[in-house]
Design a protein around this ligand. Structure first.
Ligand code: SF4
Length: 236
C-alpha cells in the first residue's frame, strides 16, 4: 500500500465511522477554550473538565481573570499538573488579551503564540476549533499515532509531523483529522498496548502490517474510538 492509499483508506474509514469528532474539553466561549487548552498541557481533558467550572464561575472573562491573585488561582487549579506555572500563564495571558487584543482571543497562530502559556500546538487548536482554519495541532497522541500508522516518515518533532500531515490531508478535513487522530490515540491506539484487535484502520496500518500477523486469532469487529471510550467506561 502506498502512502497516498494509506491516507485515502484512513480518511474514508473515519468519514464513514466517526463523521463527528470534536474536542473533549468543555467550553462555552473562545476565552474558555483557550484557558482549558492551556490547562490541558500534560494533563488529561477529564481532569481539566473537573476544574474549569469553578474557575470559569469565578473568572468568567479575560478582564476578571487578569485581576486574579496568582495564589488564589493556583488553589483553584491545584489538582492540575504544574498548577503554579499554569496559574502564572493564565494571569499573563488574560492581561495580554485585555491590554493588547481588546479582550478578544486572536484568530491567528502568530498572535496567539505571543500569549504566555500558548505554543504552536495550543494556537493550532484554537484556530482550528474556533476559527475553522486548516491547522493541525500535534500532541503526543497525534505524533505517536501518525508515525505508527505510517502517515509520517521519520518525523523528528511535532512540527515535522504537522507539516507532513497537512500536506496529505484535504484542507477541509484537517480540523476533523486532528480529533480523529487524538481520539484514536487515546482510546484505541494507546502508547503501551494498542488495541489492534478492534481497530478499524488496521488494514492500512504500517505497524499492523509488521506485527499483526501474530495476532490474527484475536481479531474482533472493529469499533471507533468513541465506542472504545464507552467500552472502557463500562469496565473501569
Ligand atoms: S492497527 Fe494497531 S497500531 Fe495500527 S492504528 Fe490500529 S491500533 Fe494502532
Amino acid at each position: 500500500m502506498t502512502k497516498k492509499e494509506r491516507y485515502q483508506f484512513i480518511i474514508q474509514w473515519f468519514c464513514e465511522n466517526m463523521p463527528e469528532a470534536e474536542t473533549e474539553l468543555n467550553y462555552k466561549s473562545p476565552f474558555e477554550l483557550l484557558v482549558a487548552v492551556i490547562l490541558s498541557a500534560q494533563c488529561t481533558d477529564k481532569r481539566v473538565n473537573i476544574v474549569t467550572p469553578s474557575l470559569f464561575k469565578k473568572y468568567p472573562t479575560a478582564v476578571a481573570l487578569s485581576q486574579a491573585n496568582v495564589e488564589e488561582l493556583t488553589e483553584i487549579i491545584k489538582s492540575i499538573s504544574f498548577a503554579n506555572n499554569k496559574a502564572k500563564h493564565l494571569l499573563g495571558m488574560a492581561k495580554m488579551l485585555v491590554e493588547k487584543f481588546n479582550e478578544n482571543v486572536p484568530d491567528n497562530v502568530e498572535a496567539l503564540e505571543q500569549l504566555p502559556g500558548v505554543g504552536r500546538k495550543t494556537a493550532n487548536v484554537i484556530t482550528s476549533v474556533i476559527f475553522n482554519q486548516p491547522n493541525m495541532a500535534v500532541d503526543t497522541h497525534v505524533f505517536r499515532v501518525a508515525a505508527r500508522i505510517g502517515l509520517t516518515t521519520n518525523a523528528k518533532n511535532p512540527l515535522q509531523t504537522e507539516q507532513q500531515l497537512v500536506k496529505e490531508i484535504p484542507k477541509e478535513l484537517i480540523h476533523k483529522a486532528h480529533h480523529w487522530l487524538i481520539l484514536h490515540g487515546r482510546y484505541i491506539c494507546m502508547a503501551r498496548r494498542p488495541k489492534c484487535e478492534v481497530c478499524g484502520i488496521r488494514n492500512a496500518c504500517k505497524y499492523f502490517q509488521q506485527k499483526g500477523k501474530f495476532m490474527q486469532e484475536e481479531m474482533q469487529t472493529p469499533i471507533n474510538p468513541l465506542e472504545a471510550k464507552k467500552e472502557a467506561g463500562r469496565t473501569t
